[in-house]
Design a protein. Structure first.
Lengths: 230, 412
């Protein structure tokens, strides 16, 4: 039986907009197992990104609990949350969000540097990971010298090089064409199947939904369906 | 990648903006060097000129002489005191002098003034401004000479020319009125009407005889230092020495309070000007870094999302401020060196505006505008501007890590 990476218990997130209270996440309970290739899907405003932010420790819940690798995130300080993000979570953003003055190598190595890993080990891991994502030979290119697809591959490399417990990908294919999106999904699926990396997507993209083995549908902050595909 | 490298690269994202800001720091260096250098040069010149005119950088005098000068107050054993002074490293030269008020009378007129009785063997053009300013005749060949050196305006007022007799009347050590005759042996012209119309030089031993002083009795011993900046602490240390405990040891601020006051006022306004310049430079740095931080809000959010701490972001932006300061100071140094060399060696002639000379606080100065920096001033300028640049970076650096990542990531 696969171990639980993420557990959400009666999770709610309420935003105050003036006098109006907006329930971005409404009493959500679910678990993500190791090796899942799951997608949170639903219309805009359904709470997908908010769930990712809560799991990623970027935001704090109004009610309920978030457990990541059995660590209750709500009890942690900002510094402790930063440590959790650094060591256990990989992020892939819609807009790639690479650091423009760093090369592909340096971007991929960024979190390993923060972790204080020894330089030789960083080199070996980054070079292997860049090869795994199909960017061998492009280590010295800066983001403005790469295509959108290549940049997103660097972002994926950055997310997985630390061997995180989970990779949270927020609309990772939104800024690329369909051909590139398919190639990226092939890559991520490969990483999931061959290396057992857990992926949780937030997405509108049907291509992603079609590839996911587990689909969690959301509407108005609630989980309306949670289906596993064989 | 270490934060230093990242900070340096971040500076060059916007080359033009970085260079403009660095140039403003460089301009700050140039202005600071000019203002401070002008102060260092002119204040030193004023103080040295004042010292050479009469009382020295340090003055040894009988108790209360400075407050209320009188022929009745005089130093004894001047030779011994000068021997003690010769052993002090900071002392360049010491000159025994008698000074006082006198009436000067010729066949045509009489007028009041001041005299300095000097020993020609102890004094020269370098140590005595009046000797340097001589335009006719010679200084007395010995201290027992019977000649007098007059300011040109004093001579003109008395209708005296070279070789003519003048009677000077003063009070002796007992308070009695005494007179003596001297022949005009020389004229000096400092360019200051106040000085040229009221001052005369006389031979020391001659005046000692007139006033009833012994050979080793004088009004003051004027001490010229290698560096006038040591006068304050030297005065304090000398006053504690047994050799000088029975007399007054005064520094130039005490003997020339008008000059000291005017320099203090001028220094204050100089500091205020420099502070305003520094604030303008700091505002430029603050603006540049703050804009840079606000532009990178999303990027900082990503970095924090990936696990970078707000403290590290603070350090990153502070390092950008550091490198910006280094760049500015480097450019500033390169630009300022030729300017400094020109201004310290050649200067700018302002005689068209000021004539041949002007007096400040009773001291005569030449009209060539020069600058000169003491080592301490150089360090103060560099450290001051550098610290200011870092300080200006502190608020943007604090801002960098302040916004929660989830808010930063929302920024388009």
């Amino acid at each position: 039986m696969e171990s639980t990476i993420v557990e959400l218990k009666k999770l709610s997130k309420i935003y105050q907009q003036g006098e109006l209270e907006v329930k971005a996440v409404d009493d959500v309970s679910l678990t993500i197992k190791k090796g899942d290739f799951a997608a949170l899907c639903g219309p805009s405003g359904s709470g997908k990104t908010s769930i990712l932010n809560l799991i990623g420790g970027l935001d704090s819940p109004t009610l309920g609990d978030v457990f990541l690798d059995d660590i209750e995130l709500g009890s942690l300080t900002h510094s402790e949350l930063a440590e959790v993000r650094k060591n256990r979570i990989g992020f892939v953003f819609q807009a790639y969000n690479l650091i423009p003055v760093m090369t592909a190598y340096e971007n991929a190595a960024f979190v390993l540097d923060l972790q204080g890993i020894e330089k030789n080990e960083i080199h070996d891991r980054v070079m292997q990971t860049l090869a795994d994502v199909g960017l061998e030979g492009l280590e010295h290119r800066r983001p403005d010298e790469m295509s959108g697809g290549q940049q997103q591959r660097v972002a994926i490399a950055r997310a997985i090089v630390t061997h995180p417990a989970i990779v949270l990908a927020d609309e990772p294919t939104a800024n690329v064409d369909s051909h590139t999106a398919e190639a990226l999904l092939d890559l991520m699926q490969n990483l999931n199947q061959q290396h057992g990396i857990t992926f949780l997507f937030s997405t509108h993209d049907q291509h992603v939904i079609d590839r996911a083995r587990r689909i969690i549908r959301m509407q108005d902050g609630k989980v309306t369906a949670d289906e596993c595909r064989v | 990648m270490n934060l230093n490298t990242l900070a340096w690269r971040n500076l060059w994202r916007h080359k033009r903006r970085t260079l403009i800001t660095a140039s403003s720091i460089a301009f700050g260096v140039l202005l600071a060097v000019t203002f401070t250098g002008a102060g260092d040069y002119f204040y030193t010149r004023m103080i040295d000129a004042g010292a050479n005119m009469g009382m020295g950088h340090i003055t040894l005098a009988a108790p209360d002489f400075n407050r209320a000068p009188s022929s009745k107050k005089f130093l004894r054993q001047a030779d011994q005191l000068q021997q003690q002074l010769a052993q002090i490293d900071e002392v360049k030269i010491s000159m025994a002098r008698i000074q006082g008020q006198a009436m000067f009378a010729s066949a045509h007129k009489s007028t009041g003034g001041m005299f300095f009785a000097i020993d020609p063997e102890q004094e020269n053009a370098e140590s005595n401004l009046f000797i340097k300013a001589m335009i006719e005749g010679e200084i007395p060949t010995s201290a027992a000479d019977k000649t007098i050196i007059l300011g040109v305006d004093l001579a003109r007022r008395l209708k005296l020319t070279m070789g003519k007799k003048v009677v000077y009347t003063t009070t002796d050590k007992h308070g009695d009125i005494v007179s003596a005759i001297a022949r005009v042996g020389g004229l000096f012209q400092t360019g200051s009407n106040e000085i040229d119309g009221a001052v005369a030089l006389l031979p020391l031993h001659t005046v000692q005889n007139v006033l009833g002083y012994k050979q080793d009795e004088v009004s003051v011993i004027a001490v010229i230092l290698h560096d006038q900046r040591h006068s304050y602490q030297l005065r304090d240390s000398m006053q504690k020495m047994d050799s000088f405990s029975h007399i007054e040891v005064l520094n130039w601020q005490q003997t020339q309070p008008d000059l000291a006051g005017m320099i203090a006022v001028d220094k204050s306004s100089n500091y205020i000007s420099q502070l305003l310049i520094a604030l303008l430079v700091a505002a430029g740095i603050l603006n540049t870094l703050l804009m840079s931080v606000l532009e990178r809000k999303r990027e900082f959010g990503v970095m924090m999302a990936l696990g970078m701490s707000p403290r590290s972001l603070f350090v990153l932006v502070m390092l950008e401020s550091f490198w910006l300061a280094v760049l500015g100071l480097l450019i500033g140094t390169i630009v300022t060196i030729p300017w400094y060399l020109f201004m310290s060696q050649t200067g700018i002639d302002l005689s068209a505006a000021y004539g041949d000379g002007f007096s400040f606080g009773g001291v005569l100065l030449d009209t060539v505008f020069k600058i000169r920096l003491f080592k301490e001033s150089v360090i103060a300028i560099l450290v001051g501007l550098f610290s200011l640049a870092l300080l200006a970076g502190a608020y943007p650096a604090w801002q960098a890590g302040r916004t929660p990542p989830v808010e930063s990531l929302k920024t388009l």
